[in-house]
Design a protein around this ligand. Sequence first.
Ligand SMILES: [Zn+2]
Length: 108
Amino acid sequence: MIIIDCAGDNDIAIELENYLKNHGFGAKAEESILTVTEANIEHILGSFLKETSRSDYSVRKIDSTNFVLAREVPIEDFGFVRCEMCGYVVSNEEELLIHRRAHGIQLL
Ligand SMILES: [Zn+2]
């Protein structure tokens, strides 16, 4: 049995429940948590996201029975800035300048 946590999104949980049922799976949504009586579910979840044009969503595997289906929010949307060299995230441009020194860049 697989548990899919839709991260508080009851609508997508119900939509996914119906999608899975239409594809012959046993699925039951309780609020935003979906229980599926099928072990090999990863590719189905991928198809669901593709067919419903949810390219900004992703499926994360927590362990063998727990998945999280949620929208991927870019960290930049929260006002953070990311070092373009290593991907390190800091909270503002000033901190980024300080961080960049770690890469040995001489600032003028
Ligand atoms: Zn860096």
